[in-house]
Write a protein that binds this ligand. Sequence first.
Ligand code: ADP
Ligand code: MG
Length: 319
Amino acid sequence: MTEFELIRTYFASQSISRADVHIGIGDDAAFVTAPAGSQTVVTTDVLVAGIHFFEDIDPEALGHKSLAVNLSDLAACGAEPAWFLLNLTMPRTDEAWLRRFAEGMFALAQRYDVQLIGGDTSRGPLSIGITAIGAVPYGKGLLRSGAHEGDAIYVTGTLGDAALALAVRQGELSLGTAETVDLARRLERPAPRVAEGIALREVASSAIDISDGLLADLSHILQASGVGARVMLESIPLTPAYRTHLAAAGWDHALAGGDDYEICFTASPDRFASLNALAAERGFVFTRIGEIIEGEELDIRDRSGAPYSPRRRGHDHFG
Ligand code: ADP
Ligand code: MG
């Protein structure tokens, strides 16, 4: 199979075709029109075999995750996703693998009506680089820099399952089989909080997606906003599976584990009613985990008021 047959067969065959895409795959570059009155929001993330995923990962899950991590970045900016580009390097063309990879990627793309508009394909070590593009109404995007003293700190969903799955996989912890399967799903098939991010435009003062661990990512909000935070340890939302194993697993997977792809955001007290309404009407899960304080410390307290020190703070490729 030639490079062009491969692109045509697996990547140009997506069923989605958005009216705002004039030229997609097939020319030297894609031509698209952003919605009137919007700002274009662009993000990219690369997933490298052996670094971001195990080589034996189900290619369908990998296709899903490669797009999901990018949609998560757009979500954290309050952007509505529209298009994406795929840079794929792989050691050989394995058609069964490519089919499954494309299925996983396009199933998620379909769900959010995002169209693949181009990319590049080359021989090389297995790596997947996706660039996702979306839009926000002009000036309405969410940034890391808007948190103020007195704002509450929230997270969507639950934290730590992906890191727990990794710990199980690495033999640091052992759980029941059914739980292990559920956790592996959280690690391999994260659900980007696209709808939540868009809804939070009107409510949040700052936001970030949690990819490197809550503490590391919340720290980015604190630095960008010039504030500190107090986090209440026991208020961090965990799944029942995590809670069952909390004594053995400890809190650090939820505090410092990566790959959650939830959104951490802040909101001023005058937005609390809107947040509750959003949760009630749209079924969003927002949990208040602390508050923004003056200074620059990230202070974690347990129920008794004692400071809690995690053993690690988050993921750093070069740390
Ligand atoms: P060029 O040589 O002009 O850079 P390519 O031969 O790399 O073009 O690609 C041909 C067309 O196929 C382009 O429209 C490009 O965007 C698209 N394409 C290449 N690889 C991919 C891929 N992995 N996914 C989606 N589109 C791709
Ligand atoms: Mg090219």
